[in-house]
Design a binder for this molecule. Structure first.
Ligand code: ADP
Ligand code: MG
Length: 695
């Protein structure tokens, strides 16, 4: 192979060992090198006088070595002091070898690159800077452009990555045509494709010294947008293909409006909302077709998705199909289990519950009943698609809170029901409001149903933003609420802290509250508790034996205790709006007037203030999601980070929004006129990930 298809091992400096390490970064060919894009850039185009260093800013300096010694303080360190015309700086190394020490001792002049930080008063230092010995200042040429910093891995450092990207760029510039996949007739038409791929790739790897770094990093630089466009296009195409693959399969035809369904609905203590009725029909309609349903049901927290799922289950069970309902947490799985038992057992249908703690004989019995077909409905966590789990005839899969699951998990479950060219119907439910335009592009393999109405009688949740300094008042408020027979959640959050620390914080808070609220019964759930302990506390809260439940965000998804009407969220300023909305959705589920207190600590930044005030102003999940997109970017919103469902290399979904219309038009064109280009785009941007598309 030659040109950009050549293997990286054909480059000088890349032996078999390095090639293997590069493969871990998914870099096998020169093209892969070109699409291994920088994470950020460093400015090594000039030398900064030491006196002008700024705390926290990266810079390149040169200086004469004037002192070198080992400091034995709290932490042993090698300190090397250098001086230029303007001032002195200390280079601090906590890890150093004898050899390194000797090298520095012999050095006269150094050029360093690193992050400056304030040391002792009036002193500036760099911790572990990169350094280079030089014979005198000003002799080494500075870089002409900004220096790219790439995602690296063990055995593959920046030096190698820069070396091979230079080589790949050289090959590209001699042999460019290969890079441009979009037909000229297409690319000419659209704003985002007006620069060529060659220009864009060269620029991204080697931006000139005067490049607008802020724009490059923010993603709204036209050169970067050219790549973003292509990446989003590739994802969109892959979803469209996945949809095509599905059309090659058959699914059991399930009749709508079965007697079982009618009996179940008749026994409900409420009547369905018009929106619920509409989506129930949409789903029933899908399930009655020979094509496997693949539908995303979106409904704000509390909109009543569970009963919609039950309606679909009823029709499937009536048609002698097994159903599985998969949820991300054990707490939620128990809640759904209890719900379904309530609705289905009186009608003579067996419901079973499978989770990690079902073991031994009990588990064997359950698995046997499942494979026999004695169990019609299975509710559970990830346990429901493990290897030993077999179904007799799985006809309907429902996944609740889908943002917590990744594509691989969804597929593993789907395979449980696959026979030859037949597969189960799938319903995927989410409370995460996805702006419609995004949903159409990024869930293009799914049909979309939306419950856009809350059950009647729901009280608006009043939200108050309050400083942690007023904690005592908050506790008083809880005391009153409990006296009135209301129940309270107290949510402890600490973003970026480990589960251990958060769980500890929750435990401490529960102790404090127990002390302060002598008359109230305080419960506790956190991620470090055993499953049965958690279940016990949840059950006690649900049945009213606990007044105040102190919890971590384990209660974020789905938990439904209608009598709870007050929620306190600590450190609210650190959470995303959509997450706050999810949490807040645990109250306001009954007919009681509900309140949510967002407690913050310290001073609020301008951004945090405006974010929290949005929570105060609206209860509308879609409006909140839109604001979240604006203020935070979409990764959090779609749960991309948690699941890797759609791992984007460069694009962020909010940038995508402006491109969506064009992307759809280009995709239509390519799918009908140039299938070979589609394949190449998928290979380029999704590589191995697109295996998913074909299963
Ligand atoms: P979510 O969409 O957040 O999953 P749930 O399915 O948990 O919502 O429903 C929230 C609460 O509303 C439950 O207690 C449920 O029984 C109740 N509910 C659902 N549909 C209706 C309705 N049409 N009328 C009244 N209450 C309803
Ligand atoms: Mg739910």
């Amino acid at each position: 192979m030659s040109g950009l298809n050549a293997a990286v091992s054909t480059l000088s400096g890349v032996g078999p060992k390095k090639a293997e390490a590069l493969a871990k970064l998914d870099i096998k060919t020169l093209t892969d090198v070109l699409f291994h894009l920088p994470l950020r850039y460093e400015d090594r185009t000039r030398i900064t006088p030491i006196a002008q260093l700024i705390h926290g800013v990266d810079a390149q300096i040169e200086g004469q070595v004037i002192d070198i010694r080992i400091a034995f303080g709290r932490r042993r360190a090698l300190l090397c002091t250098i001086e230029d015309d303007s001032a002195t700086a200390v280079l601090r190394f906590f890890h150093f070898s004898k050899k390194q020490q000797q090298l520095l001792q012999r050095a006269h002049w150094l050029r360093c690159y690193g992050n400056a930080r304030a040391g002792k008063p009036g002193h500036i230092e760099m911790v572990h800077p990169e350094y280079q010995l030089i014979s005198e200042p000003g002799t080494l040429q500075s870089e002409a452009g900004l220096t790219a910093v790439y995602p690296a891995t063990e055995g593959v450092g920046q030096h190698l990555l820069r070396q091979i990207s230079t080589a790949a760029l050289n090959t590209l510039n001699n042999d460019g045509g290969l890079l441009e996949l979009l037909p000229e007739a297409v690319s000419q038409h659209f704003q985002f494709t007006s620069v060529s791929m060659i220009e864009a790739i060269n620029y991204i790897h080697r931006p000139p010294a005067d490049a607008n770094l802020a724009k490059l990093i923010e993603g709204d630089h036209p050169m970067l947008q050219r790549l973003v466009f292509e990446e989003l296009l590739a994802h969109h195409l892959s979803l469209r293909q996945r949809r095509k693959v599905r059309e090659g399969y058959q699914a059991p035809q399930i009749k709508p409006k079965s007697k079982l369904y009618q009996d179940m609905v008749a026994a409900l203590p409420f009547s369905l909302t018009a929106a619920q009725q509409r989506v129930i029909n949409e789903i029933a309609n899908d399930c009655s077709s020979v094509l496997p349903m693949q539908r995303l049901l979106q409904g704000d927290v509390g909109s009543g998705k569970t009963v919609v799922a039950a309606a679909a289950i009823a029709n499937a069970v009536a048609a002698n199909e097994q159903c599985v309902l998969m949820v991300p947490t054990e707490i939620l799985s128990e809640q759904h289990y209890r719900c379904l038992i309530n609705w289905f057992e009186p009608l003579g249908i067996t419901v079973a519950w499978l989770h990690g703690r079902v073991k031994g004989a009990q588990r064997n019995k359950l698995l046997a009943a499942l494979v026999n077909g004695d169990i019609s409905i299975l509710v559970g966590t990830h346990a429901v698609f493990q290897d030993e789990v077999e179904y007799k005839k799985l006809g309907l899969i429902i996944i609740d809170e889908q943002h917590r699951f990744g594509v691989p998990q969804r597929l593993a479950l789907q395979r449980k029901g696959e026979r030859d060219q037949s597969r189960p119907h799938q319903l995927i439910m989410t409370a995460t409001p996805i702006p419609r335009s995004l949903a159409m592009t990024f869930y293009a393999d799914l049909d979309l149903s939306v419950i856009d109405e809350l059950p009647p009688g729901r009280q608006v949740i009043t939200t108050t933003v309050i400083s942690g300094q007023r904690r005592n008042e908050v506790v008083e408020r809880i005391r009153h609420a409990c006296l009135e027979g209301r129940q309270v959640y107290w949510v402890c959050t600490l973003i970026d802290e480990s589960e251990v620390i958060v769980s500890q914080a929750a435990t401490d808070t529960a102790e404090e509250l127990t002390e302060q609220l002598s008359s109230a019964r305080v419960g506790l759930v956190h991620g470090r508790m055993k499953g049965d302990e958690k279940a016990e506390q949840m059950a006690a809260f649900k049945s009213g034996q606990i007044d105040v439940l102190v919890a971590t965000t384990v209660i974020e998804v789905g938990v439904d205790v209608p009598n709870a009407s007050l929620m306190v969220i600590e450190n609210a300023e650190r959470l995303g709006l959509s997450q706050l909305h999810q949490l807040r959705g645990r109250v306001g589920r009954g007919d009681k007037k509900s309140h949510c207190l967002l407690m913050y600590h310290g001073r609020l930044s301008q951004n945090a203030r405006s974010r929290l005030s949005i929570m105060r102003e609206t209860n509308d999940g879609f409006a909140i999601a839109h604001k979240d997109l604006e203020l935070r970017g979409p990764g959090e919103l779609l749960g991309v980070r948690q699941t890797g469902d759609m791992r984007l290399r460069i694009a962020r979904l909010d940038e995508g929004e402006a491109m969506l219309d064009d992307i759809r038009v280009v995709a239509d064109d390519l799918l009908s006129n140039s299938p070979e280009i589609v394949a190449q785009l998928l290979q380029r941007w999704l590589g191995r990930a697109q295996d998913f598309a074909t299963v």
